[in-house]
Design a protein around this ligand. Sequence first.
Ligand code: PMV
Length: 321
Amino acid sequence: MPVLTSSAPGKIILSGEHAVVYGHPAIAFPVPQVRVQAFIAARPTAPQEEIQVISDLVHLNSPLASLKPHHPIRLAVEIVKQELRLEHLPAFELRITSTIPVGSGLGSSAATAVAVVRAVSGFLGAILPDQTISDLAFRVEKQIHGSPSGIDNTVTAFNHPVYFVRGEPILALKVPVPLAFVIGDTGISSSTRAVVDDVRRMRDENPTRVDAILQKIGALTREMRAAMETGRLEQLGALINANHNLLAELEVSSPQLERLVAAARAAGAQGAKLSGSGRGGNMIAYCLPQDIQKVEHALLQAGAAHTIRFTYQPEDAGHAD
Ligand code: PMV
């Protein structure tokens, strides 16, 4: 039986997390080494609407209709049904596999929403543009995260580095040169929603101080965009380090993140910072290619639960499937 497959990469935020929630820009890259895949097979003999969902990641093997109405997979399927104005769905089996760790800032929930939306719409005969896929996935994300900026669904749907400003059309970042990174996972999962809420509370209590930090992060992100687009990479490490220090001032770092960031810098990374909402999850180190192995080793020695090396190659960007 033919099976329709779609896939969506993980993501990493290189600059601008938290500030992006308040309208400042952020830069994110897809991480193709980790991804969600969705497979759909028709069930020609089953009655309409009999949709079976199988996901090894969350040990799920259940009819869609038995999932809670706000279950992200159920929401993603329902949103496609609404978008295509269908009264009924044919029967199918939806299988989801993922290599993206959950709750670690690598965009697992957005990649799941994008992969499911793309697979289900494709199965129903609609080849939707990346922007529509991203918008539909954002509707799922809003149900899960409250008030996300939309950066995760954007970068994973477009599979391209993005310069993202909330509510504005996506700007595909043109990075003409390869960039080498190592991601270090603290192994501690943290709730994006809780950390974003804490920053909001801190800003309510001290708007002048917190807005000044957020503005500085925005300015760094604009500088980073210019440095990357023009290939002036010698500034990149210092911008990444400064960004980390500002995030620490927002109190979203943690002892584990500090340890990994310090270890990466000591091992020769050009710059290192926490990535994503913080308090756990991942950090990212930007390295010269010859230093990658040393930095990865240092991160593991310093207690990283996992590392991911990845080299961004300009020619790989933008190919969604
Ligand atoms: O932890 P992550 O990767 O989901 O990143 C969240 C990024 C924030 O800026 C903190 C929140 C958001 O919605 O953009």
